[in-house]
Ligand binder design. Structure first.
Ligand SMILES: NC(=O)c1ccc[n+]([C@@H]2O[C@H](COP(=O)([O-])OP(=O)(O)OC[C@H]3O[C@@H](n4cnc5c(N)ncnc54)[C@H](OP(=O)(O)O)[C@@H]3O)[C@@H](O)[C@H]2O)c1
Length: 210
């Protein structure tokens, strides 16, 4: 698949590297594509990924993943240009800058905001409920950890599930996009457990069935 990854930090960098390893054609979109950290990341993909501006990377992707800080996300979506018909993976969390809570929630979600900004894009909330370290290694003792995803477009959700499965996650359909209202607080809980409760980042959600 041709995938544009907007934001190449902890999350974008990890997802992009992993997708390159699975044979996908990845282009990162960042404010400064020739920054040393970007060039280092490209080197880490064995030169198989490229970097460009945000509009360029978005145009490259049939799938476009947003992995930007919440405060920059509206601007990143605007810069991405026409996203109509594309599969949009919203990997962001609408965190307050001091991580004390969510900037939106209960009656809407970051994902629904992204869907409103990315007019015509087929948005799936995914890759937001665990830390980037787990995205690099989604297996705990051979058990794949859960990756919830939510969206309104069945085909876009299949793409999200496929990418998650290829990475080694156990993808779990969490319903319509409005259920991002449930997944975004779950991310905040993960952060709270990892950071405030001292469990560290080596923790993950796993849905078990009797
Ligand atoms: N960290 C995690 O474990 C984790 C897990 C799940 C979800 N998330 C969510 O994922 C998102 C990214 O988190 P992160 O930890 O990867 O952040 P990060 O390491 O700070 O990376 C953010 C990336 O976005 C780029 N960026 C900044 N402003 C931009 C803009 N206007 N347009 C395009 N790109 C822009 C940054 O470029 P520069 O470096 O050049 O500024 C950087 O490449 C956040 O919404 C976060 O809540 C994080």
């Amino acid at each position: 698949m041709r995938i544009g990854v907007i934001g190449a930090g902890n999350v974008g960098g990890t997802l992009g590297r992993s997708w390159v390893q699975k044979g996908h054609d990845v282009m990162f979109g960042v404010p400064n594509p020739t920054a040393p950290k970007m060039l280092e990341l490209l080197k880490a993909t064995g030169g198989k990924a490229r970097a460009g501006g945000i509009a360029e990377a978005a145009a490259h992707g049939e799938v476009v993943a947003f992995a930007t800080p919440w405060a920059a996300t509206q601007d990143a979506v605007r810069q991405a240009g026409d996203l109509a018909g594309k599969v949009i993976l919203d990997c962001t969390n609408p965190l307050k800058e001091d991580l004390s809570g969510l900037a939106v929630g209960h009656t809407t979600s970051g994902a629904e905001r992204v869907a409103a900004w990315a007019s015509g894009g087929r948005v799936v909330k995914v890759f937001n409920t665990t830390g980037f370290e787990n995205m690099a290694q989604p297996s705990y003792g051979g058990t794949p950890i859960t990756m919830f995803f939510a969206g309104d477009d069945a085909q876009a959700k299949r793409v999200a599930a496929q990418l998650a499965q290829e990475m080694g996650f156990d993808p779990v359909d969490a319903g319509p996009l409005a259920n991002a209202r449930l997944l975004e607080p779950l991310a905040l809980l993960w952060i709270y457990l990892a950071v405030k409760q001292g469990h560290g980042t080596g923790i993950a959600y796993k849905l078990v069935h009797r």
